[in-house]
Design a protein around this ligand. Sequence first.
Ligand code: NDP
Length: 436
Amino acid sequence: MAYRTVPSLRFDERKMERPRVPRTEELEFGGPTGISLLTVGMPALGLYLLLTCNTKSASVLEGPGPAPSLQSLWNPIAMALVLGWVALQVGLHLLPIGEPHLGVTLSNNTRLRYKINAFLVFNLSAILAGFAVLGKVPFQYVADHYVEFASASALLSMVLGVFLYIKSLSAPDHALAARGNSGIPLYDFFFGRELNPRIGSFDLKYFFDLQLVNASWGMILLCLLVRDITAHGSSCHALVLVSGFQAFYILDSLWYQEMILTTMGFVHHGFGFALAFRDLCWVPFIHSLQVYYLVRHPYELKTSAAIGIIILNAVGYTIYRESNTMKHAFRLDPTDPHLARYRIQTIQSTSGRRLFLGGWWRVVRHPNYLGDIIMALAWSLPCGFNHLLPYFYFVYLTIFLAYRAAKDEQRCLRKYGQAWQEYCRRVPYKIFPCIY
Ligand code: NDP
């Protein structure tokens, strides 16, 4: 089965001019200067957090002390293992397993076909990892050389970013991403010039942004857990709780894997360095910072606190899952009978597309972000209140999603015009009811 583009609706290329993606006019983060700072600053911030975690005081204000030498960050074994891990995941993805799914309609009126198999591949990876644990493979090596593994992954993301940019130079105009088509190389390298880069039928964005990122995050959790058990004989409840929450989040993303095809990130954002760095380094090593922190700084959690935190995570998850599921179902088929329970109302826009109001989308305009942020808080609280460091992910995600919501709304206002204004009037808050 080939996973290529298929025509959507009736589109006669001979009669119509090939669509062009407009040049990116509005530059984010202050343009090339801000983007240069982010390209260097994000890996530097990650390094700062991990090194600070390694210190006894774990104080973000004191920091980790003198900057490490580049030599101390380079570990050829770590690089070889990271490359081997990516190669294994590529091999598993290529197995003849999975279901074909169509993506959304693209600017040239075609739809890409995807081989959706991330959940199956994750399970296969988990079985292989299980055998490796039984075979006493020293997973703790990753936890003991965590910073070196993160550095190797960051370096690889830089190489991937350069490859993606060079590859995008031969992409047709209609295949470019609206956000990374400024004509400024550094800017387009960062945001990704090509929307859906592929090698043959191998979709790089699907592979990295769904399969690899989740498998790597899961693998890091396993390595940290093995490290903790090897060092202490068992793991503290806080660590088990946070890694359980995160493993559940990973499995959930993979279980609902086809939903990624209709998310804003997947539909509108190109694949460049920012996403490559996020998928290879930031998510696996920084989203799991609380677990890494607990390996170094164990914390005894009271049972009553643990119950409260589990309830908080369940509330966040319910909002996150229900809102994402409703949006996805509406996008696929607004007449889907399963949507009846949300009592959806719609606002017609002049472009023909309809905005929906229903379920959690009646409470705030980005309920899926609200759910994600609540869960982020639930992942930090088990670390106690001794340090700020484990709260980094919660603070970062809140800022990141608030920025994303603001940007998304600018785009939605341009796209839906008065209908979006009417939606904002009827649902006045973006993420936090009565606050923002
Ligand atoms: P969404 O999936 O929420 O997509 C936003 C888009 O949905 C809008 O651009 C618009 O798209 C459409 N839309 C929004 N409201 C309406 C409405 N009322 N009616 C009709 N269409 C609407 O965005 P993301 O991709 O950012 O988020 C997906 C999930 O991923 C979220 O749960 C988020 O929390 C999570 N996420 C997590 C991150 C992390 O680091 N943990 C990072 C990024 C996302 P259109 O113009 O195409 O109609």
